[in-house]
Design a protein around this ligand. Structure first.
Ligand code: NAG
Ligand code: NAG
Ligand code: NAG
Ligand code: NAG
Ligand code: NAG
Ligand code: NAG
Length: 285
């Protein structure tokens, strides 16, 4: 009897036909619990999927999401000057300027015409070289334009392997730091570099020659799409040759880029788009 009763209790717990309860709950109670968990998990899954989706949308393997570099590019000179940005040498002492020539050799080596012909593309000059992605279709790897060393002519180190340092007409090469997406231009044309004396050194700087002519950074080298997207990118260069600089005196020089969309050294960043250095050529022993 007792056995039967126990069995009946168990059976009743499993399914109670009187109250129509299954495992102690009614169908609607079970339904609500299931519904609650269903909605809850769908919500969690949805949240996760949404987060992933948003993350993946903003991440691009070929383009950094955050750029920690300044939007206004700095300018640097080659050969590298010392910390005080001074290029000082004695014409008569070869070892005082030979290092500059060697530094330029090394710096310009990747610009050899043969290297450029192998790595880079011959672009249409005077227009931006746009290689945008079309929607989700990534246009990678992106091509880069040739910048041939010979463009630097008298400052290319090809005909004059000492870059003019030995005869007091040295070359300085200017490079604009890379900024992804920047398209510098001057009234729709190529931005260009100009160098001039600083304050009291007006008459000491003498005549300058620019290579390529007018000291332009051709539009075809912009925009730059980043290291991963544009692996072979060669930054365009401008060379300045000092044809008649006063010797045996400090000459303070400032070079700047002339472009509509690069702010001229604002208060916040005095060095944006410009570089200053001292050049001193000693002719006495
Ligand atoms: C150049 O010569 C001057 C003497 O006229 C000397 O004082 C100076 O150290 C020399 N500079 C270099 C870079 O050799
Ligand atoms: C570039 O050319 C110079 C001579 O003009 C040569 O000495 C140098 O090895 C070349 N560099 C490369 C990487 O081809
Ligand atoms: C660069 O030099 C190479 C080899 O001489 C030549 O084929 C190419 O046309 C030059 N590129 C430009 C843009 O002048
Ligand atoms: C980069 O240069 C290498 C040769 O150094 C070449 O094989 C490759 O195709 C170039 N990549 C692009 C995207 O131009
Ligand atoms: C240099 O600039 C002058 C004046 O702006 C212009 O007439 C000339 O065509 C330019 N030369 C080159 C090679 O761009
Ligand atoms: C070089 O500059 C000096 C003044 O520093 C001037 O007297 C001379 O005429 C200039 N030479 C040339 C070729 O321009």
């Amino acid at each position: 009897m007792a056995k039967d009763g126990e069995k009946g209790d168990w059976k009743e717990f499993l399914w109670n036909p009187r109250t129509r309860e299954f495992l102690g709950r009614t169908a609607s109670s079970w339904g609500l619990i299931l519904l609650f968990y269903l909605v809850f998990y769908i919500f969690l899954a949805g949240l996760f999927a949404l987060t992933m989706y948003v993350m993946l949308q903003t991440l691009d393997d070929h383009k950094p999401t955050w750029q920690d570099r300044l939007a206004t590019p700095g300018m640097v000179i080659r050969p590298k000057a010392n910390e005080a940005l001074e290029i000082v040498y004695n014409i008569t002492e070869t070892e005082s300027w030979d290092m500059y020539a060697q530094a330029l050799d090394k710096f310009l080596s990747p610009y050899n015409d043969s290297v450029q012909a192998e790595k880079n593309h011959e672009c249409i000059p005077n227009q931006h070289f746009m290689q945008e992605d079309s929607g989700d279709v990534k246009n990678n790897p992106k091509r880069s334009c040739q910048f041939n060393r010979t463009v630097l002519d008298e400052c290319s180190g090809i005909n004059d392997r000492y870059y003019g340092y030995h005869d007091g007409k040295p070359c300085i090469i200017i490079k604009l730091n890379r900024v992804i997406g920047l398209m510098p231009e001057m009234d729709g044309r190529a931005p260009y570099v100009t160098c001039g004396p600083k304050k009291e050194d007006t008459d000491k700087i003498g005549e300058l020659a620019y290579f390529p002519p007018n000291g332009t950074f051709n539009l075809m080298y912009y925009p730059y799409y980043g290291k991963k997207a544009q692996v072979n990118y060669s930054q365009p260069l401008v060379a300045i040759k000092f044809l008649n600089i006063t010797a045996n005196q400090d000459v303070n020089i400032e070079c700047k880029i002339n472009a509509n969309n690069i702010p001229r050294g604002s208060e916040r960043d005095k060095f944006a788009g410009r570089v200053s250095f001292k050049l001193r050529i000693n002719t006495r022993k």
